[in-house]
Design a protein around this ligand. Structure first.
Ligand code: DAH
Length: 341
């Protein structure tokens, strides 16, 4: 019996050193420790012994069993560790401080629409101008023919800073500086963030985006204005958009208009989105008031021009079917992450 046990111990040692992977180790475990394994067979043999002999042999078998268990466990651990080390050695060095190659996230829907409109106007010879968000009273109002105490200021209450400057209420605030910078002839668009004291609901925000445009040249007329707006809107919506002008009052244009487009949802038939009128108000515009041109240093004997103030936020809502304006500034990834661009 003792001899048998010694033999088995020797055989196990050899087999263990030959087992090079996890399946081989498992096979070894079954071979020695399984129900029908070698150790169990030895236990069976114990029955033929008695007394001290049986006791001694039993002890040796138990020792063998524990030894085999421990050896297999240790070999398994050593194998796993070696595997991990090999994986680490094979892995490419990873530097977490490196900038990512593929950008994460997506552009804001207003950025997407803004870029699209910019691209369209650039192809029509317009330059894209930047203008600060903090402006003075002169540029936001006076230079646009809105003197102090003019009722048109009521609709454009904003945040005033202690130094007398204010957060611009409309992109028109850049008109004067751009006219002075370039003179005539001139084609420019200037997108920007605007601020107003508004009661916030699904359609109104205190912070929103506009895209202003001006074109000044000899013989510019309302038909030029209609042509440019129609071309731009047809490109944005990728279909022929019908437009109409209604009279609208803005102190810095004369005549002034509200430009409507035929409702894209019902095709002009009338639906809840267009309040059953078949038209959507999209873009106030007009022929630049001669006084505004003069304040911008433009010779009104030679030049005329048109201006428009496109509601970029509004356009983004229509373009993407966004029903609540508050989604734009919410920072909600659920609402914004769907816009890939
Ligand atoms: N600045 C005006 C507003 O925000 C919109 C506007 C109207 C802009 C007529 C224009 C224009 O350029 O011609 O209410």
């Amino acid at each position: 019996m003792q001899e048998k046990i010694a033999q088995l111990r020797g055989a196990f040692k050899d087999a263990l050193s030959a087992a090079k992977d996890a399946p081989a180790l498992e096979a070894l475990r079954v071979e020695y420790l399984g129900k029908k394994g070698s150790v169990a067979a030895l236990m069976q043999n114990l029955r033929s012994l008695a007394g001290e002999e049986k006791k001694a042999a039993g002890q040796v078998i138990n020792e063998l069993k524990t030894g085999v268990e421990q050896a297999i466990k240790a070999a398994g651990e050593a194998l796993a560790e070696a595997e991990l080390k090999a994986q680490i050695a094979a892995a490419k060095p990873y530097d977490v401080s490196l900038p990512v190659r593929t950008p994460h996230g997506s552009y804001h829907p207003i950025t997407l629409v803004q870029r699209e409109v910019e691209r369209i106007f650039v192809t029509m010879g317009f330059t894209v101008e930047e203008y600060p968000e903090v402006v003075d009273d002169y540029h936001c109002f006076e230079a646009l023919n809105i003197p102090k105490h003019h009722p048109a200021r009521d609709m454009q209450d904003t945040y005033y800073l202690s130094n007398g400057q204010l957060l611009k209420t409309h992109t028109s605030a850049a008109q004067n500086s751009i006219m002075r910078k370039y003179g005539a002839p001139l084609r420019a668009i200037f997108p920007g963030r605007c601020f107003r004291n508004e009661s916030i609901d699904a359609c109104h925000e205190n912070t929103f985006f506009q895209m202003e445009g001006i074109m000044i040249d000899r013989d510019i007329s309302i038909s030029n204005l209609i042509y440019f707006m129609k071309t731009m809107l047809s490109e944005v919506f990728q279909r022929d958009v019908k437009v109409r002008l209604r009279p609208g009052f803005f102190p810095f244009v004369e005549p002034g208009f509200e430009l409507d487009i035929s409702c894209l949802i019902c095709g002009g038939e009338g639906c809840p989105s267009c309040k059953d009128s078949g038209w959507l108000e999209l873009c106030p515009c007009g022929m630049i008031h001669p006084r505004v041109l003069e304040m911008g240093g433009i010779d009104t004997n030679e030049y005329t021009g048109f201006a428009f103030g496109l509601g970029l936020t509004r356009l983004a809502m229509m373009r993407y079917g966004i029903k609540d304006i508050r989604d734009f500034n919410s920072g909600s990834l659920k609402a914004l992450a769907q816009f890939e661009g």
